[in-house]
Design a protein around this ligand. Structure first.
Ligand SMILES: Nc1ncnc2c1ncn2[C@@H]1O[C@H](COP(=O)(O)OP(=O)(O)OP(=O)(O)O)[C@@H](O)[C@H]1O
Ligand code: SF4
Ligand SMILES: [Mg+2]
Length: 325
């Protein structure tokens, strides 16, 4: 995303393959994905249609899936070659927030027990009084008090409250990076802004960076510093959010923005309209050339045959042959 000497996260030429269908046909759910987050706390949106590979990339960065090609460096370390002690360090530093807060908590377990467990196992806090103190601090950060959750089970809170609890719990380990996969898409509109505001606030106060995954450009514009546009497993354009949304380079980004007639780039609060999604076209995942070729008005023969490499244009990086002329 940005060129700095110190890099928090660097994803280089990542390829993740899956098999699908009766005959186990192989396709690249991620195809030479590159992404960089600097040390300075920032919020980077990973935007893309359903099935574009957003969650797959999140899972690779969280060490759930091992990629077939490429590497992920977290603070300079290859996350798939960590020593045992470094795995614990990585789990403390990189936390995840998922789409459905109710799925993240066992309905039979009191919420507070999750805080106790995380405090003991990852934050190395053993004393009950100290746990109470730090839990109170992190809950205050998300607008809750310990008495709001102490005796409660997950179903006794609203989705918005439970998502705030999930963020508070993640804060316990003092992470440097949070991977938030569609964290507000299941919440009522009234709760969305409050959760997104918490991201902005903890970015500043706790120096935490976010990879904010969404198919909603509206919310991404509201909170992000950077954006990467994923399409059929390929990042087609990435750069500062204002640059990409105000002066899009890639034909796909332009098309996305044209489908948002109400987008007013002067008023961030109004960007709460989701982008329209199209159906996944498997043949685009399998394309050897540009993944966007079948929908691109500028497509040439070369686009079908060869995938364009990344090219720096202004402050963005774009993957399109139009910028190699
Ligand atoms: N474990 C898996 N095995 C096989 N195929 C998978 C697996 N996980 C994801 N896929 C496929 O990889 C592609 C990318 O899926 P992914 O879940 O990463 O998309 P996404 O962008 O997160 O979509 P959504 O917005 O719907 O959450 C899809 O075609 C999906 O069907
Ligand atoms: S590489 Fe070719 S097909 Fe792909 S977006 Fe650019 S012009 Fe269109
Ligand atoms: Mg997903």
């Amino acid at each position: 995303m940005i060129e700095r000497s110190k890099i928090l996260l660097e994803v280089k030429d990542l390829v993740k393959k899956f098999r699908y269908g009766l005959f186990g046909f192989e396709f690249k759910a991620l195809d030479k994905v590159n992404l960089k987050l600097g040390e300075e706390p920032s919020i980077c949106t990973l935007a893309g249609e359903s099935g574009s590979g957003k969650s797959t990339l999140a899972k690779v960065i969280l060490r759930v899936y091992k990629p077939e090609e490429g590497i992920v460096l977290y603070r300079g370390k290859n996350i798939y070659e960590l020593k045992k002690s470094e795995v614990k360090w990585f789990r403390k530093e990189v936390q995840a927030i998922f789409q459905d807060p109710f799925a993240s908590f066992n309905p039979m377990r009191k919420i507070y027990s999750y805080f106790q467990e995380t405090a003991k196992s990852l934050a190395d806090i053993k004393e009950e009084a100290e746990i109470n103190k730090v839990v109170d601090d992190v809950l205050a950060e998300v607008g809750l008090r310990i008495s709001d959750i102490k005796e409660k089970y997950p179903h006794e809170l609203s989705g918005g409250e439970l998502q705030r609890v999930a963020i508070a719990r993640a804060l316990l380990t003092k992470p440097r990076l949070m991977i938030a996969d569609e964290p507000v898409s299941m919440l009522d509109a009234s709760f969305r802004v409050s959760v997104l505001n918490i991201f902005k606030q903890v970015k500043e106060e706790y120096n935490i960076s976010f990879l904010y995954i969404t198919h909603d450009l509206a919310t991404s514009y509201y909170i992000s510093d950077y954006i990467a546009i994923l399409y059929r497993g390929t990042i087609l354009e990435r750069g500062p959010i204002d640059e990409v949304l105000k002066r899009p380079l890639h034909p796909y980004t332009k098309m996305l923005l044209e489908s948002l007639p109400t987008l007013d780039l002067r008023k961030r609060e109004y960007y709460m309209h989701p982008i329209r999604l199209s159906q996944i076209e498997e043949k685009e995942f399998l394309a050897t050339g540009c993944k966007f070729v079948s929908r691109c008005p500028y497509a040439e023969e070369k686009c079908k045959l060869q995938a364009p490499p990344d090219k720096i244009v202004n402050n963005s990086i774009v993957r399109c042959w139009l910028y190699h002329k």
